[in-house]
Structure formats: C-alpha cells, structure tokens
Design a protein around this ligand. Sequence first.
Ligand SMILES: Cc1cc2nc3c(=O)[nH]c(=O)nc-3n(C[C@H](O)[C@H](O)[C@H](O)COP(=O)(O)OP(=O)(O)OC[C@H]3O[C@@H](n4cnc5c(N)ncnc54)[C@H](O)[C@@H]3O)c2cc1C
Ligand code: SF4
Ligand code: SF4
Length: 447
Amino acid sequence: MSETESTSVPRPKKPRGKAQLIKKCAACGGRCMAACPVDAIVLDEKGEAHIDMDKCIGCGKCMPACPVEALAKVYTPEEQAFLEKVGKREIPPEDAVPPVDESYRGVWVFVEQIDGAAAGVSWELMGAGAKLAADLETDLCAFILGYQVEHLAEEAFSYGAKKAYLIDDPVLRHYRTKPYLKGTYDLVRKYKPEIVLMGATGLGRDLAGAAATALRSGLTADCTGLTIDKANRLLEQTRPAFGGNIMATILTRAHRPQMASVRPHVLPKPEPVRGQKGILIREPLNLKEEDVGVKILEILRDGQDAGKVDIAGAEFLVSGGRGMVSAENFSLLKELADLLGGTVSASRAAVDAGWMPYERQVGQTGKTVRPKIYIACGISGAIQHLVGMQDSDLIIAINRDKDAPIFEVADLGIVGDVFQVVPALIAKIRELKTAPSRPAAYPEVSS
Ligand SMILES: Cc1cc2nc3c(=O)[nH]c(=O)nc-3n(C[C@H](O)[C@H](O)[C@H](O)COP(=O)(O)OP(=O)(O)OC[C@H]3O[C@@H](n4cnc5c(N)ncnc54)[C@H](O)[C@@H]3O)c2cc1C
Ligand code: SF4
Ligand code: SF4
C-alpha cells in the first residue's frame, strides 16, 4: 500500500480527567456504581465506593449520582496545563475545522460476501445509501472485493447502484485483512467517494476499522440512523453513546471519506428491481499471494452454529426480562412462542442472570431485531434494550408497571402480571386452535 496522507495537522486530545473521591463516601448503596458505564467503581465490605483508575474513562456520570457530592473530576498537572492553554486560546478550539477535500463525491456501499453470497446488510445499506445519494445529488455506488464475484455487480445494480467497482482476484477468495484493506484503500484513494458505508458484521467491523485508520478518516460504528446535513454535505451519523443513555449524532467534518457502519437488520431492505443496469468498473488488486502473511489452510464451520438460534432473522419474538424472575419461567415464554411459531429472546438482565444464553440477547450489546411481532414480557424498556427492537413492525408489551418506558414504544400494552397474562394468552390461543372452524364473521365475497 502506498503511503497514507493526512488532510489536517493532528491536535492533542482534550483530556477527560478521572473520577476521584474528594469526601468520605456515605455508603448510600452504590448509586455511583450503578451509574458507571465501564464498571470502574466497586464497593467494599462497608459499602464504600472505590474507583479503579485504570478503568475510569472520565465520563463524569458517577458524580451527579452521588447524594453527598463525594465524587469529582481530577486532572493530572499536564492535563491541567493543557486545559489552561485551551482557555487562553493557545491551542485552537475544537471547532476550528480545516477545509475538506471537495473532490470527494459519491456514496459507496461495501458489498460484503462469503463464497460469492452477499450479506443481507449490504442491500440494507444500499437502501439507506440511495436516500443519502439523492440528498447529495450524487451517485450511489457499490464496491465489491472477492474472487469470481462479478455476479454481485448485477445484484448491486438491482438494488440501485449506478456504478459497481470490482476487484476480482484469487487472493481475495477468503477474507483476510491485508488484501481486503489494500483493495479498499486503493479504490477509495483513486475514486474518492465522500461517504463509505459498511455492515457492522464480524468482517465489516474488521475491514471498516482498518480502512478508516489507513485512510486517516473517522468511522462511526454501529449507527442506528444516517441522514444528510445538505447545507454542509455532512453525513449525520446517529448512534447510542455513553452506555446508550443518549443518542449522539456524529459528524466527520475534517476528513474524507465519511465512514459509518450499521448492524444487520437495523435498516429496512429495499425491494430489488431486477434487470436494472449500471456501469461496471474493474480494478486490479496488484498484490501477490506470497505478499500476504496470513494463510487460510482449512475452514472449519462451527458445529455449534447448527443448534444456535438466529433471533436477528426471526419474524416473531417472545422476549423475557428480569420480570420473568427465573430461568424455569422462560418455559412459559417458550410455550407461547411455540404456539405462535416464534422464538424466545431476552433482555440483558435475563442474560446476565444466566436465564438465557447471550445469543438470545436483544439490544445495544446483543442483537438488533426487526421481527413482524415482538412481545416484551417483564422488560422495563431501557434505552439499551429499545435500540435493539424498536423497529419491530408490531410491539406488544406486558408489564405490571404502567409507567414502564417499554409502553412508550409499544403498539399494544397490557398492564398486568406476566404470570397471569401469558398463561391466559396461551389458553386462549390453544382454545382457538382446537375449536371447530366457525362460520366467517362476514359473508365471503367472490369476485
Ligand atoms: C453499556 C450498556 C449496554 C447494555 N446493553 C443492553 C442490551 O444489549 N440489552 C438489554 O436488554 N439491556 C442492555 N443494557 C442494560 C439495560 O440498561 C437494562 O439494565 C436492562 O435492559 C434491563 O433489563 P430488564 O428490562 O429485563 O430488567 P428491569 O429493568 O429490571 O425491568 C424488569 C421489568 O419487569 C417488570 N416486572 C417485574 N415483575 C413483573 C411481573 N410479574 N409481571 C409483569 N412485569 C413485571 C418490572 O415492572 C420492570 O419494568 C445495557 C446497559 C449498559 C450500561
Ligand atoms: S467518571 Fe465515568 S468511568 Fe469514571 S468512575 Fe465515574 S462513571 Fe465510571
Ligand atoms: S454515590 Fe456517593 S455515597 Fe453513594 S456509594 Fe458512591 S460515593 Fe458513596
């Protein structure tokens, strides 16, 4: 790979400081500990808080949580000196953005593939990319790396790509960071797209991070929304931040391309228009197999995958939270899910309690789901849970607390005890299923 270039002078980062106890802890029960997103606070046997400085990221969330104002932010002398310089404007303020390279144009979507089959998230991104390209009055393009994958260009055209950039080379048969990074880097530097979108899959996360670093640009991972600030041609990249407690909109103002990744099933997949045409542009990889250090000797499929459940692709989910009280009670949800042809999923609280395996977790640190129907049973509706399921077609919530936030996103809410409501639902569905067919409520009309 050729030398990477930078479009601006790197500036030192503004220090964030660390939390420290400045007064005696009143042992309130650990409100600070509950507020800390990185588990940097522990309580000793007297219930007093202790901060692990190595873990603390200086987010400041613990401080307002403390009823006796025992916590404050502290800076090292070097950090203090830096802050004073910023105050005196000896260091340029953070909003002093150097001009960007205006020659970058176009919205690109990475078409991720394994063995020539495209990942669904690529087409989901194509749908979002089309809107962004329309707002910017520019072209939507696909870029494809692999071996014997030319057919994916046709597929990309059917999803709206005007152009497809293709590097088809035996070295790209299986994913390895170095050759895929080289292909991505060379294409981006030559054709200069202003936006590059990738799926936040295992492969996509690896490539997106490596590419953003090599291209000296920013990457906003796991976005939940992408829009355009038309006046400034900026991609508004929205994602949960600070442990999911706020939704942050992030801009890449000083560098190009603007790069973002989105998890599968977050965005809707558009309908392809078969036969739609576009321009295919081929490029060479210019990398020999002997120049790649990593060799793939054999691919062993994880045998456990066969038994694993993919909640992300499920059309009907019955999800349980802490309100289910125990692992055994999830059999109730399984019964309901089985009757409806659905799958059981869970909140993080239920997974952390060991009632359900991690692969069933819905939310920010679990899976994003988009089923036709999502039934939330005993789930409060914390923002970290909502970001993983709020785009479900129909949300039904069962919770005994009428003020639970889950009701704010629910289409149908049942205020009640899950241990009464769910058995009643099961009984009713059984009754309907076993009942002899009844006369239609309305006369049938034949055309
Ligand atoms: C960085 C970070 C990432 C996170 N990622 C995730 C994530 O991916 N997914 C996730 O889910 N959470 C995540 N969380 C945790 C999240 O903040 C919440 O703690 C979690 O979602 C709470 O789970 P819950 O709703 O099951 O439990 P609770 O918040 O304890 O809610 C239980 C609910 O059950 C109701 N209930 C109790 N008994 C009954 C009954 N008998 N009948 C009816 N209702 C009843 C209660 O009224 C309550 O509303 C994350 C947190 C952080 C900080
Ligand atoms: S400042 Fe943030 S990371 Fe540090 S202890 Fe407080 S809550 Fe945790
Ligand atoms: S919130 Fe304040 S009083 Fe409570 S445990 Fe933390 S430091 Fe102590």
